[in-house]
Design a protein around this ligand. Structure first.
Ligand code: F6P
Length: 329
């Protein structure tokens, strides 16, 4: 333990959309805190639980047998009340009531924003951990949950591929990602999709339809098109309508994989990432860091100020898109 640290009582919470590996991160925070003789608390339901005082002490056994579980044992929520000054005042008075003097916030952009504002208003040290399947947070190569989500997604596509091939059909498959195409891009490459459509790049639908017609002329209608939910043409259903209107009627099908991508046992990679980040979050609090998100870039731990992590956009690697186009010939 760092004898000079002023932090003695730490609380951990998960917030926003759940992501596989959040439990592994909580386990790591709890055990690292106990190892360092800190009191550790869990806040149930993110900022909502902070406002409503759903805060309880955690022991090492409370996080036994959870490293392999999806979801989050601490539950999660999106809280409108926390966006108000009054909501945050209630939340902070509950933290004070328990003597909590350090926080670990696990979630995405909205979670970081809440943590930044609370930290600025009340001066409480907070470390953020990137927990979202979308992989859309700056300050880390990968977010907790992304690897599991893309593996779930390609597993689904592999199954769809069997029936697509058997019937010589065209499938438009929608993946999560309202603002970011990481899941669609990676799962699209990993499943050998013919086309990947993401929010970061508008797809020329007419050009795509011309290509599809050519492949249909070769008696090959079987195709897999992966569409991120936030892509500019309006998602899988809208894309399918346009393709059908161009003359492909009976043989077009849509599958929306949806929230399946958020569930399930975390992959080993997500468990390791979550364990590493949970560990460094507690060490960061002990060494006096605050207002930063922990991440891993090129296998090195990095800390990024919340403001920077929130405002920077982690760019999609467009070379991967180009490669996918070429490989889909
Ligand atoms: O941020 C994770 C995410 O799964 C996005 O990919 C998706 O757009 C969104 O959450 C869905 O949110 P909700 O579960 O609130 O519908």
């Amino acid at each position: 333990m760092n004898a000079n640290s002023t932090v003695k009582k730490v609380a951990v919470f998960t917030s926003g959309g759940d992501a596989p590996g959040m439990n592994a991160a909580v386990r790591s925070v709890v055990r690292t805190a106990i190892y360092n003789d800190l009191h550790i608390f869990g806040i149930e339901g993110g900022y909502d639980g902070m406002i409503n005082n759903r805060i309880k002490r955690l022991e090492r056994s409370d996080v036994a047998n959870i490293i392999q579980k999806g979801g989050t044992l601490l539950k999660t929520a999106r809280s409108d009340e926390f966006r108000t000054k009054e909501g945050r005042a209630k939340a902070f008075s509950n933290l004070e009531y328990h003597g909590i003097d350090g926080l670990v916030a696990i979630g995405g952009n909205g979670t970081y924003t809440g943590a930044m504002i609370l930290g600025e208003e009340y001066g409480i040290p907070i470390i953020g951990l990137p927990g979202t399947i979308d992989n859309d947070l700056a300050g880390t190569d990968y977010t907790i949950g992304f690897d599991t989500a893309i593996n779930t997604a390609i597993d689904a596509v592999d199954k769809i591929r069997d029936t697509a091939h058997a019937h010589n059909r065209l499938f438009i498959i929608e993946m999560m990602g309202r603002h970011a195409g990481y899941i669609a891009l990676h799962a699209g490459i990993g499943s050998g999709a013919s086309k990947i459509m993401i929010p970061e790049q508008t797809t020329d639908l007419d050009a795509m339809i011309t290509k599809l017609k050519k492949s249909a002329e070769r008696q090959k209608l079987f195709n897999l098109i992966i569409v991120a939910e936030g892509e500019p043409n309006g998602g899988a259903i809208a894309v399918a309508e346009k393709i059908k209107a161009a003359g492909f009627n009976e043989d077009v099908r849509v599958t929306i994989i949806g929230h399946m991508q958020r569930g399930g046992a975390p992959s080993c990679q997500d468990r390791v990432l979550a364990s590493r980040l949970g560990f460094v979050a507690v060490e960061a609090l002990l060494s006096g860091r605050s207002g930063v998100a922990a991440g891993i870039i090129s296998d090195e731990v990095v800390f990024t100020p919340f403001k920077e992590a929130i405002e920077s956009i982690k760019p999609i690697n467009k070379d991967l898109l180009r490669m996918a186009e070429i490989l889909a010939m």
